[in-house]
Structure formats: structure tokens, C-alpha cells
Design a protein around this ligand. Structure first.
Ligand code: NDP
Length: 474
């Protein structure tokens, strides 16, 4: 049983201003796995004050000093990587192979990327008579979700740190363990007091207090669209910068060629990774109408091949994160049936033999793009297949969404694949399974407004200052 009752503020583990706790539930067992403290505005005020006090010193450090610290964090992260992976599995139900694999790998990847970018980043540039200087924005509030808990924190924390900012992290209540261990890593690595602070608690209290705070210069948020909109409103009075990475309903276009079956199979099993709780998941699978029967059969077999069970066992998929999430996903599955989508695989209820734990069947529908299940983010292992007539039709369907986070194109003909990828109105397009830690990540339309990952992730946390008429001193 884990007990994480203290917050990390000003380089110390401290008690909350008022004692208040919440139980954390293991989604695989529905049993309590530990307890955390829930903070209040008083804790936020204390953490923000510590971050403000630390800002002048930290923002004035050299690149070398910040690189040294990032490398010390890297060593400590490596020491505790397995422990972090196990914490992810316990808090949000990812299979242990995924928790100790891709989940922790993403954190390590963002850390290594921050080091590489910092080694080469141009903080100053002379353009004609003007020296353009990029400076840390100040105190950053980082508000993160539970779905890829390590990824979401590290993709914010390391660029913020590398660019000379100080910060207050508010991790998700549903997945607070990995953030707690990350805070221990920061402490052990010697992050100066006040540079990194962490307060656990409810989004409606801690998140709101950060968003409205006079002394917070920026909020970086990943999560749902309604909360993103609320944060913008809360941040409006203080005109702070708000970076938002929100939901998605990304289309995966499979071209009509000899690899169609391979790509449909790959896209289907990809959808089920992390129980479908991925903002950039390819949750609409667009296949050529002329080969629909073949594509449906492949998707059916691929979904049925996804094993579901105890995240500590040898299964491809664990539960979804919580009872609420289970109910939401079940509602969408029922909605799909009600609106006439054809069930290809899976369906309502738990997989056979699993009576306890928030397990969902890997589900595939054949539907149309106007259905609710094709328009709203389900955030569960539910794929909607949609036939297209020709490539123009495929692009039109893909772009007919209020979201614009990601897109996928799979096919053999490079020219066609490239052409389609350019036509998608999304922040990223993954072509034939590409992956890159340095590629900017973020959304068009209601998927958000910022860009994280790599060099663009640094820009999020920097102000741009023009020194016009700047001349070298004699
Ligand atoms: P939320 O957007 O509600 O939560 C994300 C983070 O924001 C959490 O830390 C949460 O705190 C915090 N928060 C909640 N309310 C506020 C507020 N008013 N001000 C500031 N911060 C706040 O996502 P959920 O975790 O509840 O998931 C709901 C849905 O959001 C999912 O079903 C999915 O569709 C979508 N989602 C999208 C993600 C993405 O990456 N695009 C990631 C996660 C979810 P608390 O700990 O109290 O929840």
C-alpha cells in the first residue's frame, strides 16, 4: 500500500496546509492501492511563492549548469526506471511490459531530447541591428492527465527546466504515483530549492488556483477539451500564456495496395495499445470501399487477437483507468449500436472470464463519419472503420472533424502517401509508422494550440525579446 502524503515545495517534502486525503484505486482490482494528500489553494500559494523566489537564480544559470542537472536527473531516472514503470501499471492499468517499456521509455526519451536540444539551442540571434533574445517565461503551472502519466509530465517538465523556468506540477489524482517518484528523482538529482514543486490534488482546486494565480506566468495543460477551455477562461484575467494539448479523433488512412491487410491489422492493434487511452490514437480507420469486406475481416481478427487481462500478467491490454472511464466507454459502445454502426468485434461488457477490474473488450465498429462514435473522443479501445470511395473522399472524411491532433497514412506509393499527408489538417501525420522525439507535437482546431516535443517544446516556455540597436560593448 502506497502512502504519499507530502508535497514537494521549496526543496522539501512538506505536509499539506490542511490534512485531506483521497484513496487511489487500482483499476485492475478495483481495490485501494494507496493514499495521497489533496492540496488546497494555500499549498499552491506556497509552491508558487517558492517557484517565484527561485526564478531569478535559475533563469540566470548557464546552459552548462542546466545540462549538468539534466544529466544528473537522467542518471537517477535510469536508477528508478523499473520502479516508475511498475507505478504506472499500478496507477492506470497499463500492462507491465508497456509500463516498464514505452511509458518509461517516453520519459527517458524526452529527457534525452531535452539534453540534445539544449546543447544546440540558439537562445540569442543577431538580425541586423537587433539582438533577439529568448528568455525563460517565469513560473509555469504544469497540469497533466493520467493516460500516459510519465510522458505528459516529462514532455513539459524537462523543456521548462532546460529553458530556465521554475514550475509547479499538478499531477492527475487518478495516476499520482509516477509523478511522486519523479519528484523524488528531481530531489535526489539536486534540483535547486523552488525550481521544481509538486502539489497533488483536485483539478478543480489546484488546477484552478494555478490557472488564476497572479504569480504564475504560464499554464501548460494536457487533457480534455472542456477543461482546456475552462483553463483559458481562468487564465484570462491575468493574461498568462496557456499551452493546450487536448483531445483527438485521428484518422488512419490505409491505401489500396498489396499491404492493405498488414496496415489494417497494424492500425487495429495500435488502437488497443494503452486500452485506447491515447490522445493521438488512430480511432477512425479509413479503408477503400472496394476492399471493405477484406479490411473488415482483417480488423476483426486483429481485434480478437488482442489479449486482455491482469496488467501484471502477459496480456496485450489491461483495464481502462477507472470506473468512470469504463462507464463512459460502455456508453459509447451502446451508442454505436443504437445509431446503427455494425459491430465487427468486441461489444458491450467485460471480456469473457473477467468479472473484476475495469476491462473493456477490444471493439471495432463499421460506421460512418457522422456517427457520434466517429465524432467524439471515446478514449477507450474502440475503433470505428469508415469506407472511402477515392483518395479525395478519404482526405475529406479525415478532415471532417472538430479535432486536428494527428493523422496516419499507410501505403506503398511514396508520392501518394506524401501527398495525402500534406492535405491532412492536423498537427502531425505519422507516415508508415514513423516516430521521432524531435518532431513537434500538438493540435489544429480543438486539439489545442501549442507544440510540445523537441525544439518546438522549448519555444513554449520562452519569451522573445528584441534588443534593437544592440551593439557589442568595446
Ligand atoms: P481532464 O481534462 O479532466 O483532466 C486532466 C488534468 O486536468 C487532471 O490533472 C485534472 O485534475 C485537471 N483538471 C480538471 N479540472 C480542472 C480545472 N477546472 N482546472 C485545471 N485543471 C483541471 O481529463 P480526465 O482525466 O478527467 O479525462 C476526461 C477525458 O479527457 C477523457 O475521457 C479523454 O477523453 C480526455 N483526455 C484527453 C487527454 C489527452 O491527452 N488529450 C488526456 C486525458 C484525458 P484531476 O486530477 O482532478 O482529474
Amino acid at each position: 500500500m502506497r502512502e504519499y502524503l507530502k508535497f514537494y515545495i521549496d526543496g522539501k517534502w512538506v505536509d499539506p496546509a490542511e490534512p485531506k486525503t483521497a484513496e487511489v484505486i487500482n483499476p485492475a482490482t478495483e481495490e485501494v492501492s494507496g493514499t495521497i494528500s489533496l492540496g488546497s489553494k494555500a499549498d499552491v500559494d506556497k509552491a508558487v511563492a517558492a517557484a517565484r523566489k527561485a526564478f531569478p537564480g535559475w533563469s540566470a544559470t548557464s546552459v552548462k549548469e542546466r545540462l549538468d542537472l539534466l544529466k544528473a536527473i537522467q542518471a537517477e531516472y535510469a536508477n528508478r526506471q523499473e520502479e516508475l514503470g511498475k507505478a504506472v501499471t499500478e496507477e492506470m492499468g497499463a500492462p507491465i511490459s508497456l509500463g516498464c517499456g514505452f511509458h518509461t521509455g517516453l520519459g527517458a526519451g524526452h529527457l534525452q531530447t531535452a539534453i540534445e536540444v539544449l546543447e544546440n539551442y540558439k537562445f540569442e540571434e543577431q538580425r541586423g541591428p537587433t539582438l533577439i533574445v529568448k528568455e525563460a517565461i517565469g513560473v509555469c503551472g504544469l497540469i497533466t492527465p493520467w493516460n500516459w502519466p510519465l510522458n505528459q509530465v516529462t514532455v513539459k517538465m524537462f523543456p521548462a527546466l532546460a529553458t530556465g523556468n521554475t514550475m509547479v506540477l499538478k499531477p492527475p489524482q487518478l495516476a499520482p504515483y509516477s509523478a511522486q517518484i519523479l519528484a523524488e528523482i528531481m530531489d535526489k538529482a539536486g534540483v535547486p530549492a523552488g525550481v521544481f514543486n509538486m502539489v497533488q490534488g483536485k483539478g478543480s482546486e489546484i488546477g484552478t488556483a494555478l490557472s488564476r494565480h497572479e504569480d504564475v506566468d504560464m499554464i501548460s495543460f494536457t487533457g480534455s477539451e472542456p477543461v482546456g477551455a475552462q483553463i483559458m477562461k481562468d487564465a484570462a484575467d491575468t493574461i498568462k500564456r496557456v499551452g493546450l494539448e487536448l483531445g483527438g479523433k485521428s484518422a488512419w488512412i490505409v491505401l489500396d495496395d498489396s499491404k492493405l491487410a498488414e496496415h489494417v491489422g497494424g492500425a487495429t492493434s495500435n488502437m488497443m495499445v494503452n486500452s485506447g487511452q491515447t490522445c493521438s490514437a488512430g480511432s477512425r480507420l479509413l479503408v477503400p470501399e472496394s476492399r471493405l469486406d477484406e479490411a473488415v475481416e482483417v480488423a476483426k481478427q486483429a481485434a480478437q487477437a488482442v489479449t486482455v487481462g491482469d496488467p501484471n500478467g502477459n496480456f496485450a491490454m489491461g483495464p481502462v483507468v477507472s470506473k468512470d472511464q469504463y462507464n463512459t466507454v460502455q456508453d459509447y459502445i451502446r451508442k454505436g449500436l443504437d445509431e446503427g454502426a455494425k459491430l465487427v468485434a468486441g461489444g458491450p461488457g467485460r471480456p469473457a472470464g473477467l468479472e473484476k477490474g475495469w476491462y473493456v473488450q477490444p471493439t471495432v465498429f463499421l460506421g460512418t463519419n457522422d456517427m457520434v462514435i466517429a465524432r467524439e473522443e471515446i478514449f477507450g479501445p474502440v475503433l470505428v472503420m469508415i469506407p472511402y470511395k477515392d483518395l479525395d473522399d478519404a482526405v475529406e472524411i479525415a478532415n471532417d472533424s472538430m479535432f486536428g491532433l494527428g493523422g496516419y497514412v499507410s501505403g506503398e506509393d511514396v508520392a501518394t502517401v506524401n501527398q495525402i499527408s500534406r492535405k491532412l489538417r492536423t498537427g502531425a501525420v505519422w507516415i508508415n509508422g514513423g516516430f521521432d522525439f524531435h518532431a513537434p507535437f500538438g493540435g489544429y482546431k480543438r486539439s489545442g494550440n501549442g507544440r510540445e516535443w523537441g525544439e518546438y517544446g522549448f519555444d513554449e516556455y520562452l519569451e522573445v525579446k528584441s534588443l534593437i540597436g544592440y551593439a557589442e560593448a568595446e
